[in-house]
Design a protein around this ligand. Structure first.
Ligand code: GDP
Ligand code: ZN
Length: 459
């Protein structure tokens, strides 16, 4: 499989400044040379690594000029895939990219499958599996913090932690093997080995405790704005959008009564849903809106209950709060710009054990504090990490770590109960294998297929 040369368009389709066709494999340079005619100087085959050349891309069958391009040669192993790689930078139109790709395929390359470049980087040992997956998280990052965590994973943060734990387990396994093979000379594993296993267990638990945060960073949280009409829900959504320029996308399917936006609040990617009404209404259309509003609130990870400070807390506000009692909630007193004093007591009573904050959608006052409160509430009770400490971003890693932890705990229990050493050893091997799935040593082909099929074409 690694013997052929693959090619794909590496940039998004559509109009752009440049479009890049990437080739990787043993014949990448020769194949590109069949397509590329330099304006001056030596041929592509004689070009030094990491040099850029200007020339024309030609159809290798007809000799027709397809586009003017730059060719970048990166010789193995100093490339993304650790193979010979050539990038042809053409003009960023869909047709130019498609024609250059076609020329490269005619010249002998095979169209790459989704994720195949990264898969080769993995198979060639340039990246381990956790690092390859980090590439996906980087591409899909929806917040600064999520991006930072993914880059940490690409740099090997998680892999290093996993390796440390694996080393502890390997050490204990070796002691057990030695004592089984040479019972006279070596003796049974003792306090030191047990200490190592305890250390491995604590490290596994600590890593697992980062999943809640990692999940939020990779998948985002759902926040729903609820409240009586005219309290300023839509204004708040707009105010957030103005503060936060990094709007990632609009979600299609916006309806008359619920509007969704994705933005960053408190450093997290959030899907913010603005609901229309909550009140019992007479006409059927509004009923539908109310049903949708309630459904949106039920699906939310966090609800922002907006009240109008110029009106004060009403009976209806209290009823809404009651109906949401089992949800993480923040009471947002809006229009603070229009009142002389905030009636903290009534907001506090409405919020109960939940936090409240006074803001103004009009002036932006208090929005930052609201962001902090969202962050605190979402992260409350979660283990705090040191800066730069790795965090779990993928469910696959969490599942593997849970399995490893279970095995380590079984081993420790068996140890205390005095079960035979070879049975302890079986559990430790199980833990070792589960950890190896994260970095890839023990990952089966199906796992690889599943992971790399998530990638886009050309990556
Ligand atoms: P919704 O029905 O809850 O979505 O409320 P809207 O966002 O449509 O706002 C209702 C009215 O309140 C509009 O006239 C807004 O201009 C006004 N409003 C919203 N936020 C503020 C605010 O922070 N201060 C003031 N003074 N007026 C606001
Ligand atoms: Zn509204």
């Amino acid at each position: 499989m690694l013997e052929d040369t693959i090619a794909a368009i590496a940039t998004p389709l559509g109009e752009g400044g440049i479009g890049i066709i990437r080739l990787s494999g043993p014949e990448a340079i020769q194949i590109a040379a069949r397509v590329f005619r330099p304006k001056r100087g030596p041929s592509l085959e004689e070009t030094c690594t990491h040099r850029v050349r200007l020339g024309l891309a030609l159809d290798p069958k007809t000799g027709e000029v397809v586009d003017e391009v730059l060719a970048l040669v990166m010789r193995a192993p100093r490339s993304y895939t650790a193979e010979d790689v050539v990038e042809l930078h053409c003009h960023g139109g869909p047709l130019a990219c498609a024609r250059v790709l076609e020329a490269v395929l005619k010249a002998g390359a095979r169209l790459a499958e989704p994720g195949e470049f990264t898969r080769r980087a993995y198979l060639n040992g340039r990246l381990d599996l956790a690092q390859a997956e980090a590439v996906l998280n980087i591409i899909r990052a929806r917040s600064r913090a999520g991006l930072a965590a993914a880059v940490n994973q690409l740099e090997g943060g998680l892999s290093k932690k996993v390796k440390e734990i694996k080393d502890e387990i390997t050490g204990v396994l070796a002691s057990i093997e030695a004592s089984l093979d040479f019972p006279e000379e070596v003796g049974d594993p003792g306090r030191e080995e047990k200490e190592r296993l305890n250390k491995a267990r604590e490290a596994l638990k600590r890593l697992l405790s980062t999943w809640e945060e990692g999940k939020i960073l990779s998948q985002g949280i759902k926040i729903t704005l609820v409240g009586r009409p005219n309290v300023g829900k839509s204004s708040l959504l707009n105010a957030f959008l103005k503060e936060e320029r990094a709007i990632v996308s609009d979600i299609p399917g916006t309806t008359r009564d619920t509007i969704k936006e994705i933005l960053q609040l408190g450093g997290f990617p959030c899907e913010l849903v603005d609901t229309a009404g909550w009140r019992q209404a007479a006409d059927g259309l509004e009923e539908l809106g109310i049903a949708r509003s309630r459904a949106a609130a039920a699906a939310a990870d966090l609800v922002l209950l907006v009240v109008d400070l110029t009106v004060g807390v009403t009976q209806e506000d209290t009823e809404i709060a009651e109906s949401l009692r089992d949800k993480p909630l923040i009471v947002v007193g809006n229009k603070v710009d229009a009142v002389l004093e905030v009636d903290a007591g009534s907001l506090e009573r409405l919020a109960g054990s939940c936090p409240w904050v006074a803001v103004s959608a009009k002036t932006g006052e208090g929005l930052e504090e609201l962001g902090r409160k969202i962050r605190d509430l979402i992260l409350s009770g979660r283990a705090l990490r040191g800066p730069g400490e790795p965090l779990l971003l993928r469910e696959r890693h969490k599942v593997a770590l849970e399995r490893a932890l279970e095995h380590v705990e079984d081993a420790l229990r068996g140890w205390s109960e005095g079960i035979p050493w070879d049975l302890v050893s079986v559990d430790l091997q199980g833990a070792w294998e589960a950890l190896g799935e994260i970095t890839g040593e023990t990952a089966r082909e199906e796992i690889l297929d599943r992971i790399f099929s998530e990638f886009c074409l050309g990556k």
